[in-house]
Design a protein around this ligand. Sequence first.
Ligand SMILES: *[C@@H]1O[C@H](CO)[C@@H](O)[C@H](O)[C@H]1NC(C)=O
Ligand SMILES: *[C@@H]1O[C@H](CO)[C@@H](O)[C@H](O)[C@H]1NC(C)=O
Ligand SMILES: [Zn+2]
Length: 993
Amino acid sequence: MATPEYTPFVFLLLLFQSSVWGFPVCQTPQESPTCGYKSCHATKPGMLNVHLVPHTHDDVGWLKTVDQYFYGDRNDIQHAGVQYILDSVVDQLLKNPDRRFIYVETAFFYRWWKQQTDDMQNTVKQLVNEGRLEFVNGGWCMSDEATTHYSAVIDQMTMGLRFLNDTFGHCGRPRVAWHIDPFGHAREHASMFAQMGYDGFFFGRLDYQDRNRRMVAREQEMLWRASESLTPPMADLFTGILPNGYNPPEGFCWDQSCDDPPIRDDPDLEDYNVDDVVTRFLHIAHGQALVYKTNHIIMTMGSDFQYENANLWYKNLDKLIRYVNQMQSNGSEVNVLYSTPSCYLQELHRANLTWPLKGDDFFPYADSAHDFWTGYFTSRPALKRYERISNSYLQTCKQLEVLGGPISRKGPFGAGDSETLKKAMAVAQHHDAVSGTEKQHVANDYARKLANGWAHCQVLVSNTLSSLSGSSAPRVYCEHLNISVCPLTETSKKFSVNVYNPLARPVSWPVRLPVNGTAYRISDAKGKAVDSQVVPVSQATAAVRRGRGYAVNELLFQVQAPPLGYSTYSVSLLQNGPPSPQSSPLPRAPKAVQNKFLRVTFDPETGLLSSLSNLETQQTVKLSQNFYWYNASDGNNSESIQMSGAYIFRPNTSTPFIISKTSLYLHVFQYNSICMRPTKRSRDSFHPWVSQVVRLYTDSRALELEWTVGPVPIGDDLGKEVISRLDSSINSSGVFYTDSNGREMLQRRKDYRPTWNLRQSEPIAGNYYPINSRAYIKDDKDQLTVVTDRSQGGGSIQDGSLEIMLHRRLLYDDVRGVGEPLNEMSDIYPEGLVVRGRHLLSLSPPATAADTHRPLAQEVVLQPLITFTDGELHPSTRLEFSGLQAVLPPAVHLLTVSQWDQDTVLLRLEHQYQASESKEHSQPVTVNLQKLFSTLDVLGVSEMNLSANQWKDEMTRLDWKKPLPKRGGDPSVWEVSLKPMEIRTFLLRVRQR
Ligand SMILES: *[C@@H]1O[C@H](CO)[C@@H](O)[C@H](O)[C@H]1NC(C)=O
Ligand SMILES: *[C@@H]1O[C@H](CO)[C@@H](O)[C@H](O)[C@H]1NC(C)=O
Ligand SMILES: [Zn+2]
C-alpha cells in the first residue's frame, strides 16, 4: 500500500528501525553507559546474597499536598521534604561509587530536575548512566489500583516514562514496576505493566492469610498471568512480594526519622556494637531466606520520605556491608551488597526456576481479621467522580488539540494547553488521591489542580471549536449540569448547544438543561426540528444546588453526535412562564414505564422497582432496589477495636438499616420522543438525605437510577456507610463479577478466594470488591449489569443481590496514618457533603450482555462535552464536524489521540471485548491507519509499547516461560489488526490537511 507519494513514511520507517539501519535513535551515543542489568554488583553464587535497596517512598500527596511535600513545607503535619531528599542522595551517591539509589515518583523528580543547574543535571545523568541512580516504576505517581481507570493509568505512566526517556534516554527506562504501598493489587495493572515492557513487579501489601500461606509454601514470587484474553506471555508479569512491606528489617532503620542504634565500630569507644549488629543482621537474613526460593533476598532500606539526610543511611549501610562480608573469612556464607530491584530481579531470573502461576488478583486486602481495606473503594465519592469526568475531559481536550492543530494552543481565546490537566490527572491517580485516603486539605488541592487543568483545556477547546466551526462567538461551559445549574440556559432566549463526542462511533445522548421557560424550539445541525420535553426540576435538585441556580424546569432532548466530532443544536424559547400544569406532581408512582427495549414495573404499595424486562429478548426478572446504611464500627467491639475509616470498611453489624420502606424519594420519569411529556411522576417529596430519580430514555437499553445522598446525618453519633442494593430473582449462586480498572471482568465468589483457603472473618467487608465501571450477577438465563459513573465498592452478599456503596460519613480515624475521620464538609455543604451519581441497569442474556454493557460503560467514561454559545449563530457557522473519515468497527475503541511532538500524534487503538465474551464482537478486527482521520494525512507510523517509551520492535522482556511469539507480518503496514483486549500504541507522523 505504500505508494511513492508516501516516501516520507518510508524515510520514517528507516529512522525508527534504527537497530537495522544504524541511525542512532534509541541508543545513547558517546561512551556506552553501563546502566540497567549491566551495572549490577557481582553476587556470590554459593552464598546467600542480600540485596540492600536504598529507597524512599514519596507519596504524591497524602497528609500534605504534593507541593508541600516537595518543598518540605508544613513540617508540623509531617516532616517530609522531597527536594532535600534528592539533593542529599545525589551528594551521597557521589561519595562512593558502590552506593545505589532508586527513585520512583516522576512527579517529584521532574520538579527537582527543573531547578538544577546544567552541572548538576550532567552529574545526575552520569549517575543514571552508571546505574548508580536507577528509576523504578517511573510513572508520574504510584497509582492506586482499586479506584483508577486504565486509561488514566496508562496516561500517567506515559507521562512519567516519557520524561525519563526524553531526559536520560534508554538508561532512564525503568525495568521494574514497583507498587510497594497500594492497598491491594489489580490484575489489569499487572497486564498493563507487562505491556509497558516491565520485566518484573514488586509490591508490599497483600492479605495476611495469603501472605502466611505463601511464606510457608515459598510462593512469594510468581508469574502473574494477568489477562484471560491476551496471548501469553503478552500479559505475563513476574511478581514478587517484598519481605517487610517496604520497610527495613527491624532494628536497621538509620534514617533521621528512626531511633535504631547506629553502627558504633570504634573499639576504643563506649558501646561498640559491630558484633551485635552483624549477629542480628545474619539472623534476620537467614530467617528471610527460609521463606523465599532462591539464594537471593531483598531488603528495602528506606521508607516514607526517608533519605532527607542520606548520610545517616549510607554511612551505616557502608559499614554494614563491610562488617557482614568480613565474616566471610570466618566461614559466613552471607554476602551483602548494594542493589536495586532490577539487579535483584536479574538474579531471580538467572535462577532459572519455575514459578507458580497466578490468575486472579489481590483484592480485597486485609492486614488482619477485622481490618479489610475495602472502604476506600468508595471513600470521597465526589472526588472520585470529579477525577473520572476529568479523564473524559482530558481525552476530549487532547483530541481537540490534535484536530485543531497549533491554533488550539494559541487562538482567538488566548493560550490554552492540555499539559496542565494531564499533570493534574496524573497526580490524581496516586494511591492517596483518587483512593480518597488523603487529608481533607489535600483532597481539596487535588480538586483545585483538576479545576485549573479544566480552565486551561477550556481555552484550548474554545480555540479548536472556533477554528473548526468558523465562529468565534464566546463559548460558555456549564460544569454543574448534573445539578441543573447553567446561568446561560437559565436566562437566554436563544442559544446553541455544541455536543462533542470523543468516541469513534456516533452517539445518541440525552441532554438535560436547566431552563425557566416552558416550551422551546430545538433544531439540529441540518435545521430539522428536534423533539423536546420540559419537566420541573426536582426538589432534591433544588435543594442540592443551594442557591447556585434558579431554574424551575429542565429541558430535555436527545442529541446525536458524529464520531470524534461535534454537532450543534439551536434552542429558542417559545413560551415563558410557570411550569406547565401537566407536569405537576401526581399522587402515585406509575405502575410501569417502558421504551422499545425495556419495561420496568413498580410495586403499587411501596413504589419501589418490582421487575425489569428486556422486550427484545423477552426476559423478565423480579427486581427491587432500595437504600440502606451500615453502622460504621466505632471500635467499641469485643472482637476487634478496628474502626471504619477512610481505608477500612467495618460495619458494626452485618444487617444494614433501611432508609425508607417506600419510594417516597423516588421520582420516575419516562422520556418518550413520541408523546413528549413525562407520563407519570410520583409525588414530589423526598427523603431528607436520600433521593433518587428513575429515568428511562427513549433510545436507551439501560434504566438510569440517579441517586443523591447526603448530608448523611450524624446527630445520632453513628458513622454511616450508605449503599444502594438491588435484589433480584437471578440465581447467582454466591458469585458476582466486577471489572478490573474498567477493562477485563473478574469472577468473585462469596467467602472465597481462588488461591487460598479463606477463613472469613468479616461477612460484609470481606466480600467487598472494587467496581470501577461495572458489576453484574447472572444465572443461565439472565444477566443484570450495573454500570457505575465512578469507582465504588460493592458486593453480592445474598444470591440475586448486588449492593454498591455510594457514600460514607465516618466519625473516627481508622489508624492507618491519615489521622482524620472521613467526614466531608465544605462551605457549600457545611452540614455534610451531598453526592449525586448514576447507576445504569441493563438486563440481557449472559451471551450477549457485553454487547450492551461495553458500549454503555464507554459512553459513561467518555461522555460528550457540551458547550454553549449565546444568541444566534452566524449563518456561515459549520454546525457539524467529524475528525474521522469513517466510524470505527464497534469492537474498536480509540483510546488515545494525543499530540506528541510537533508533527507526531500518539494513537492507541483498543479492542474492547474479551475473548469469547461476545459472539459478534470478540473477533479480530482491522483498522486502516491512513483512512482514520479526516483532517490529518498520516505520513508514517511506528508501533510502540503500551506506555510509549519504547519502540515495539526493540521491546524485549526477560523471558520467564517461553519466547515471545513473533508477530506475523502485517499484510500492509497501514492495516492494523487487533485481537480481543489488545491495545496497540502508535506514533503517527501527520500533516494537517
Ligand atoms: C527516547 O528518547 C530518545 C532521546 O533521549 C529518543 O531518541 C527516542 O526516540 C526516545 N524513545 C521513544 C520510544 O520515544
Ligand atoms: C534452565 O533450566 C532448564 C531445565 O529446566 C535447562 O534446560 C536450561 O538449560 C536452564 N537454563 C540455564 C540458562 O541454565
Ligand atoms: Zn504511599
